[in-house]
Design a protein around this ligand. Structure first.
Ligand SMILES: *[C@@H]1O[C@H](CO)[C@@H](O)[C@H](O)[C@H]1NC(C)=O
Ligand SMILES: *[C@@H]1O[C@H](CO)[C@@H](O)[C@H](O)[C@H]1NC(C)=O
Ligand SMILES: *[C@@H]1O[C@H](CO)[C@@H](O)[C@H](O)[C@H]1NC(C)=O
Ligand SMILES: *[C@@H]1O[C@H](CO)[C@@H](O)[C@H](O)[C@H]1NC(C)=O
Ligand SMILES: *[C@@H]1O[C@H](CO)[C@@H](O)[C@H](O)[C@H]1NC(C)=O
Ligand SMILES: *[C@@H]1O[C@H](CO)[C@@H](O)[C@H](O)[C@H]1NC(C)=O
Ligand SMILES: *[C@@H]1O[C@H](CO)[C@@H](O)[C@H](O)[C@H]1NC(C)=O
Ligand SMILES: *[C@@H]1O[C@H](CO)[C@@H](O)[C@H](O)[C@H]1NC(C)=O
Ligand SMILES: *[C@@H]1O[C@H](CO)[C@@H](O)[C@H](O)[C@H]1NC(C)=O
Ligand SMILES: *[C@@H]1O[C@H](CO)[C@@H](O)[C@H](O)[C@H]1NC(C)=O
Ligand SMILES: *[C@@H]1O[C@H](CO)[C@@H](O)[C@H](O)[C@H]1NC(C)=O
Ligand SMILES: *[C@@H]1O[C@H](CO)[C@@H](O)[C@H](O)[C@H]1NC(C)=O
Length: 597
C-alpha cells in the first residue's frame, strides 16, 4: 500500500562560504509540549516540535506533585519502527544527553512499554518504562558530537510487538564551565570517540536530597555552589558508616572550582567514613549485565578539616574486584582529590573497596562516586541504520536553524549540502513566501544529499527566486537533476517577480543505499584551452565529472606564452579555472593567464 507523502525541497533561487551551522550549548526539550516554551525550576524548556517531525503529542492527567513539570506531556510513536530527533549540539564540547520517560498510563492500557534508544545510530539503552515508585525513568550518556555528521540523532526504536515507544523529556547540555578562566577539566580520560553511559552517580553521607543545578549554576547570595551542568547526583545511604559533614565552610568560596568535573559543593561537604580507623569502605556496583564491559570510575574525596589542620593525614587505597588501583593521600596542602579510573574491565557486579593504607591513623573517607560504561562511537558505516525521513522543508541558504512560515517549520539546508555560498536578499515584495529571502548559489559543482524514505512516493518541489542577489541583473538558466536524471531546465528570469517552481513525484529505488545524491545542478560547462592561439584541449564539466585536471606536455614556448580558456560555442556557462596566481577574466568570460618562463 503506497502512501503519498509530501516532501518539499525549496531552494530559494540559485545556488557559498558555508555558514557554520547553528550549534547549541544546551537544549531542554519538553516532549509533546504544545506551547513554544515553559519554565520549570527557573530553566527554560522548549517544545520538541522543531527537532522531530513524527510521533503524536499527549497530555497526561498527573496527580503526583512530586514529579517534575515536564513529564505531564509526552510524544509517542505509533507509526514507524524508528523515530528520531535531530539535534545540533556543538561538536566542540562533550555533552550530557538525558532522556526521561514517564508512562503515566497515557494510553489507558496500563502496559508500560519496553523499547530501545539509539544515539547517532549506536545502541544507547533498553528503556523499560515500568516504574515501581511512580517516578520517571532516566537514561543518561556523555558524548562528544561528531563534527563531520553535522547533527546528532537520538532515535527511539520499537522492539516489541504492540509496545509503542514514547519520550517525556530530552536534555542536552555541554560539559563545560564558563565562569572561571582556569576551568577544571571535565572527564579527562573520556576520549572523543567514547561515550559514557551512566550506571550511577552518587553522593554519600547524610544527604537526603538530590543534588542538581537548582535554579542557577551559582547562587552567589548564599555561596551555594551547585552542579555546573545538568548532572543529577543521587544521595545514597550506606549503612554502617559515619556520616561526616562540614557545615562551616567559608560561604564566599566554591570548593568545587578546584576539582576535576566540578561536582556540586554539597557533595564535597558530605562523606562517609568507617567508624574504625582500620576498617574499609565496601561498595557494590551492579552493571545489570554479565557481559564484560569497560567501565569509567570517578571517586571524590575531600576532608575540609584538613585545610586548617596540618597535624593529620588520611591515606588509603582503592581496589576494584580485588585489584589494586590507586593510593590517595589527603593532607593539609591537598585536602581534596578526584580520582578517575579508566578503563576498568567489569562484568556483573563490581566490588569497590577503599581501605586504609597500612599504618594510617585515620580511616578512609568517600564523598561521591560516578560509574559509567564506555561505548565506542566510531563512525558508523552500516547502511542499514540510515536516517530516512518522511518529509523535510529546506530553506536554502538560511543561517537560522529553523523558522516557521505559514505554521510549518523550515530547516536550513546545512545538513544536506556542504558546498555553495549562502546569500540574503533585500526583498521589498511582500507577496513572497518568507523562505525566499535567502538562497544558496553554486559557483562550483553541487549536490544535495537527501534521505527520503524509500517506502513512499515523494513530492519534490524546488523553488528559485533570483532577486538580483548578485547585483548583475542577469537571472541564470541551468539544469537540475534528480538521481542523475535530467529533471528540468530552470530559467530564473521571472516577469511577475514571483518564484519559479519545479515539481516532480519520485519514489526512491529500494535498492539504493544511503548515498542518495539526489540533487545536482548545471548544464555542462564546455570550454577550450588555447596556448599562444593553438587549440590544445576541450574540457567538459558535468554532473560527473565535475572536476578535471588537464596536463599538457610538451608545449613549445618562448618569451611570454598566452593561455586562453574560452567557452565552446553554444555553452551556457563560462569556463572555470582553479589556479594559484592571478587570473583575469574579460567581459565575454574568457580567462587569460600570462605565464613567465
Ligand atoms: C578531541 O576534540 C578536541 C576538541 O574538538 C580536539 O581539540 C582534540 O584534539 C581531540 N582529541 C583527539 C585525540 O582527537
Ligand atoms: C520491565 O520491568 C518490570 C519491572 O521491573 C519487569 O517486570 C518486566 O519484565 C520488564 N520488562 C522487560 C521487557 O524486561
Ligand atoms: C547516615 O545518613 C544516612 C542517610 O541520611 C542514614 O540512613 C544513616 O542512618 C546515617 N548513618 C548514621 C550512622 O547516622
Ligand atoms: C539563592 O538561594 C536562596 C535560598 O534557597 C533563594 O531564596 C534565592 O532566590 C537564590 N538566589 C538565586 C540568585 O538563585
Ligand atoms: C577497630 O578494629 C580493630 C581491629 O579489627 C579492633 O581491634 C578494635 O577493637 C576496633 N575498635 C573499635 C572502636 O571498634
Ligand atoms: C550486555 O552488554 C552487551 C555489551 O554492551 C550488550 O551487547 C548486551 O545486549 C547487554 N545485555 C543486556 C541484557 O543488556
Ligand atoms: C572537623 O572539625 C570540626 C571543628 O574542629 C569538628 O567539630 C568536627 O568533628 C571535625 N570533623 C571531622 C570529620 O573530623
Ligand atoms: C598541630 O600540632 C602542633 C604541634 O603539636 C600544635 O602546636 C598545633 O596546635 C596543632 N594544630 C592543630 C590545628 O591541632
Ligand atoms: C564481590 O563481592 C561479592 C560478595 O562480597 C562476591 O560474591 C563476588 O564474588 C565479588 N565479585 C568480584 C568480581 O570480586
Ligand atoms: C599531601 O598529599 C599529596 C598527595 O595527595 C602529596 O603529594 C604531598 O606530598 C602531601 N603533602 C605533605 C606535606 O605531606
Ligand atoms: C551503495 O550503492 C552504490 C551504488 O548503487 C554501490 O556501488 C555500493 O556498493 C553500495 N554500497 C553498499 C554498502 O551496499
Ligand atoms: C600574447 O599576448 C600579447 C598581448 O595580448 C601579444 O602582444 C603577444 O603577441 C601574444 N603572444 C603570442 C605568442 O601570441
Amino acid at each position: 500500500m503506497d502512501k503519498w507523502l509530501i516532501f518539499l525541497l525549496l531552494f530559494t533561487a540559485i545556488l557559498a562560504q558555508t555558514a557554520y551551522p547553528q550549534y547549541d550549548r544546551w537544549e531542554l526539550l519538553d516532549c509533546g509540549l504544545d506551547s513554544i516554551d515553559v519554565n520549570y525550576d527557573g530553566w527554560l524548556w522548549l517544545t520538541d516540535e522543531v527537532f522531530i517531525y513524527t510521533g503524536q503529542k499527549k497530555t497526561l492527567q498527573v496527580n503526583n506533585n512530586n514529579l517534575p513539570g515536564y513529564i505531564n506531556t509526552l510524544r509517542y510513536f505509533p507509526d514507524g519502527v524508528k523515530n528520531c530527533y535531530t539535534l545540533y549540539p556543538d561538536p566542540q564540547y562533550k555533552f550530557i544527553f538525558r532522556a526521561g520517560f514517564y508512562y503515566g498510563n497515557y494510553d489507558g492500557l496500563s502496559k508500560p512499554p519496553t523499547f530501545d534508544i539509539l544515539l547517532d545510530d549506536h545502541f544507547w539503552a533498553t528503556v523499560n518504562t515500568s516504574s515501581s515508585d511512580d517516578q520517571p525513568i532516566y537514561h543518561e550518556i556523555f558524548y562528544k558530537p561528531k563534527a563531520d555528521r553535522g547533527n546528532t540523532n537520538v532515535c527511539l526504536v520499537q522492539t516489541r510487538q504492540g509496545e509503542v515507544p514514547f519520550i517525556s523529556s530530552l536534555e542536552v547540555a555541554y560539559l563545560f564551565i564558563e565562569y572561571e578562566l582556569n576551568t577544571p577539566i571535565m572527564y579527562s580520560l573520556m576520549g572523543n570517540d567514547t561515550a559514557l553511559n551512566l550506571v550511577s552517580r552518587n553522593a554519600f553521607g547524610g544527604l537526603n536530597k538530590v543534588l542538581d543545578n537548582g535554579e542557577s549554576t551559582y547562587n552567589s547570595s548564599l555561596g551555594v555552589c551547585l552542579d555546573s551542568t545538568f548532572r543529577v547526583w543521587q544521595p545514597k545511604p550506606v549503612l554502617g558508616y559515619l556520616n561526616i559533614s562540614y557545615s562551616d565552610v567559608d560561604e564566599n568560596t566554591c570548593l568545587n572550582e578546584a576539582y576535576e568535573n566540578q561536582p556540586p559543593d554539597a557533595l564535597l561537604k558530605n562523606a562517609i567514613s568507617p567508624k574504625n580507623a582500620t576498617d574499609s569502605i565496601y561498595l557494590n556496583v551492579d552493571f545489570k549485565n554479565s557481559t564484560q564491559q569497560s567501565a569509567y570510575f570517578v571517586f571524590y574525596f575531600l576532608d575540609y578539616n584538613l585545610s586548617r589542620n596540618p597535624n593529620y593525614t588520611r591515606k588509603f587505597e582503592i581496589h576494584i574486584d580485588g585489584a589494586f588501583k590507586n593510593v590517595v593521600e589527603l593532607n593539609n596542602s591537598q585536602f581534596g582529590q578526584v580520582v578517575s579510573l579508566f578503563p576498568v574491565q567489569v562484568s556483573g557486579t563490581a566490588n569497590v573497596t577503599i581501605s586504609p593504607f597500612s599504618g594510617s591513623k585515620f580511616p578512609p573517607i568517600l564523598n561521591g562516586m560516578e560509574v559509567y560504561t564506555a561505548m565506542k562511537m566510531g563512525s558508523n558505516n552500516n547502511v542499514n541504520v540510515k536516517e530516512y525521513y518522511q518529509g523535510v522543508l529546506l530553506d536554502c541558504g538560511s543561517v537560522s536553524r529553523e523558522d516557521y512560515y505559514d505554521g510549518w517549520p523550515w530547516m536550513n539546508d546545512e545538513g544536506s549540502i556542504s558546498t555553495g555560498e549562502t546569500k540574503t536578499l533585500q526583498i521589498n515584495n511582500n507577496n513572497l513566501p518568507g523562505f525566499m529571502d535567502t538562497l544558496r548559489c553554486f559557483p562550483d559543482g553541487v549536490c544535495y544529499t537527501l534521505y527520503p524514505d524509500p517506502q513512499y512516493k515523494f513530492l519534490f518541489r524546488a523553488g528559485f527566486y533570483y532577486g538580483n542577489y548578485d547585483g548583475l541583473s542577469k537571472p541564470p538558466t541551468f539544469d537540475i537533476l534528480l538521481d542523475n536524471h535530467f529533471w528540468a531546465t530552470v530559467d530564473t528570469s521571472s516577469i511577475d517577480e514571483q518564484p519559479i517552481y519545479h515539481e516532480i513525484f519520485y519514489k526512491l529505488k529500494a535498492d539504493r543505499n544511503s548515498t542518495q545524491c539526489v540533487f545536482g545542478s548545471y548544464s555542462p560547462r564546455k570550454f577550450e584551452i588555447h596556448i599562444d592561439g593553438a587549440l590544445r584541449n576541450v574540457v567538459e564539466l558535468n554532473i560527473s565529472p565535475f572536476g578535471q585536471v588537464v596536463s599538457l606536455f610538451p608545449v613549445q614556448v618562448s618569451g611570454t606564452a598566452n593561455v586562453t580558456i574560452s567557452p565552446v560555442s553554444g555553452s551556457k556557462f563560462p569556463p572555470i579555472l582553479q589556479w594559484h596566481g592571478s587570473l583575469h577574466s574579460d567581459e565575454d568570460g574568457r580567462y587569460r593567464l600570462i605565464a613567465w618562463i
